[in-house]
Design a protein around this ligand. Sequence first.
Ligand code: SF4
Ligand code: SF4
Length: 403
Amino acid sequence: MAHTIDVEMMEKIKKHGAGGKLDVSACFNCGNCTAVCPLAEDSAGFPRRVIRMAQLGMEKELLAQEDLWRCYACGECTKTCPRQADPMQFMAAARSYAISRYDPTGLSGLMYRSPTFNILVFLILSGFFSVLLLWHQGQRSLASNGGLFSGYGSTQLFRFIPGEWVHSIGIALFIVVGLALVFGFFSMTARVTGKKNQAGERRPFPVSALIPSIYSAIMDALNHGRFRQCGEDEALEAKPLLQRAWFVHGAIMWGFLAMMLATTLDYLLKPIGSPVPPWYPMRIMGLLGGLVCLYGLSIAISRRISAKETPYDKSSFGDWFFLLLLTFTVITGLVTLVVVYMPHPTTFGYITFMSHIVLAMDLIVLLPLTKFAHVVYRTLALVLHQWAKAPAPETAAALATHP
Ligand code: SF4
Ligand code: SF4
């Protein structure tokens, strides 16, 4: 089988990880990382095989590896690598590199490689959304010669920034982002399903196994089943449950999903901005989701700040950017939940509310371009992996006849 070689690929991948300090050139392909990896399913699997592909410049093959996304960055391989080649950081950088190659615009590559570009895009988007959201209130203030933050009660935040306006922009953003993700989605699917084995054959991907594969991958993403196998649950000196890596990651994800669900139900079940008591179920769901998410974020951030242990000792700008963007979105959301029940309007309340909406819009727009995209690509990779493992119909029939 002929291979196309990109001799600069390793250098390109390095720019996507650990602030460019990543260096896997020391790897001599011993296979120790694959032996210790709790998630490697075969002796030639990840991360060794993927590192080798990068060393040899086999870009097409590397981008077709769903194995990249089966790694949960537990760091077991990095702790035991005899050459300090840091395979865990390599896998993280290779995932970012893969996203940038699945993205036809090239913007995600720029976002990952250039902190300056990243900040610039964030500032431009934030400024744009702020002007858009304040347009209505600005015109009203000019007409009445009043201040920008005067004239509405604090319980009328959705008159200060019209609720219909927020939801229309939000839906438009979801459509644009959804379309952008579709390109990456198909690019990855085409590469992974087109991959051939040593004998030059494609894997079967039987249609009958698609739905069970989707179900299995989504359940795994929700309950972090594979993540739980990643070292800590089996370790003799396992951390308390609330501090285990999978639980902290899960808290961020479960809390975020609860906030999204509460916002969606709130929109569907009552008129926008209509007052509800603090014990309204959607308010409680949003509050609990925000607190759970904030718990996970605070542990994740404190571990990266202390940088004492693998896998938190090397963080890329993209890691920090996503964590901080999400944290400020959650904090402003929680403060807004309090502000809305204050008896008197305050400038602080208006600014917090507007900041929350602007940050949430930034988060949505930047989804395909930041670490947030991992949610989509990892789930897709798990679907494809489960799907590829399903036996072809004739094999399944034979197994059913002769178990
Ligand atoms: S990354 Fe380290 S453990 Fe893995 S194959 Fe290379 S040298 Fe061996
Ligand atoms: S970081 Fe953990 S899951 Fe990823 S390759 Fe290394 S040992 Fe395996």
